[in-house]
Design a protein around this ligand. Structure first.
Ligand SMILES: [Fe+2]
Ligand SMILES: [Fe+2]
Length: 235
């Protein structure tokens, strides 16, 4: 036995802990009072190794790098491995949590929860397509620019006239994502927990706030650093 904690205690440690529990199908919500060790064993999992995984994901602070001067392909790699990967995991997980809340509490707050499902669904679809466009169309050219710069070569031609064209599209989509986050913030009354808030509602709200914070950093790195650097190289 590694701990006397319940699943709900472990879920409260961090959002990464919640993600790990969800990945293993450990129900921290309705079954949250169950001891962590017992729940792991019943699923054939070793409590120590699940706990070690949870501990490992805690406090993984991003290192401070100067993205204004780092090679462009390093910056692109950082954006994809940190922020895109985060969204690819978190958007479906949050959609599941929101659907669960909508199913369980929809009758108590039909208008707000109905709007949340609609706005979040739109944000998720937009962001998934947006990241695909960046990874498949735009970022490979920015990486080529970075390599050409490092080798003192001319910038290779791009198929879309100027790199500023797809960048303009990406920036408009960022603004739309920002609007959706603002709507979610307004719908939840700045993430004030409703009277019916159970653990799933709490983790949903915490997850949405974390998503907002992460997306802000993500969009900042693209709009304010990556895109201007690519446009300057082309010039
Ligand atoms: Fe991105
Ligand atoms: Fe983007």
């Amino acid at each position: 036995m590694t701990t006397t904690k319940t699943l709900a205690d472990v879920a409260a440690l961090s959002l990464d802990a919640v993600r790990t529990l969800e990945r293993y199908g450990l129900d921290y919500c309705c079954g949250g009072k169950r001891p962590f060790d017992e729940a792991c064993l019943s699923k054939g999992l070793t409590p120590d190794s699940v706990m070690a995984e949870i501990e490992k994901t805690r406090g993984d602070g991003a290192t401070d790098k100067d993205w204004q001067t780092a090679p462009l392909d390093k910056l692109v790699g950082h954006i994809v491995s940190t922020h895109h990967e985060y969204l690819k995991l978190e958007l479906p997980a949050l959609a599941n949590r929101l659907n669960k809340v909508h199913t369980v509490h929809g009758g108590r707050d039909p208008e707000m929860l109905g709007s949340m499902v609609e706005v979040f669904g739109g944000l998720r679809a937009e962001m998934e397509l947006h990241m695909h466009k960046e990874e498949v169309m735009l970022f490979p050219f920015i990486e080529q620019y970075g390599r050409a710069e490092a080798q003192g070569q001319r910038m290779p031609p791009v198929p879309f006239g100027s790199i500023a064209n797809p960048i303009g599209v990406m920036e408009r989509e960022h603004a739309e994502a920002g609007d959706a986050l603002g709507q979610i913030r307004a719908l939840t009354n700045n993430y004030e927990l409703p009277s019916y808030a159970c653990t799933t509602v709490r983790t949903l709200y915490a997850g949405l706030q974390a998503l907002e914070a992460d997306l802000h950093v993500h969009i900042h790195l693209e709009n304010n650093i990556l895109f201007p650097r690519a446009i300057a190289l082309e010039g």
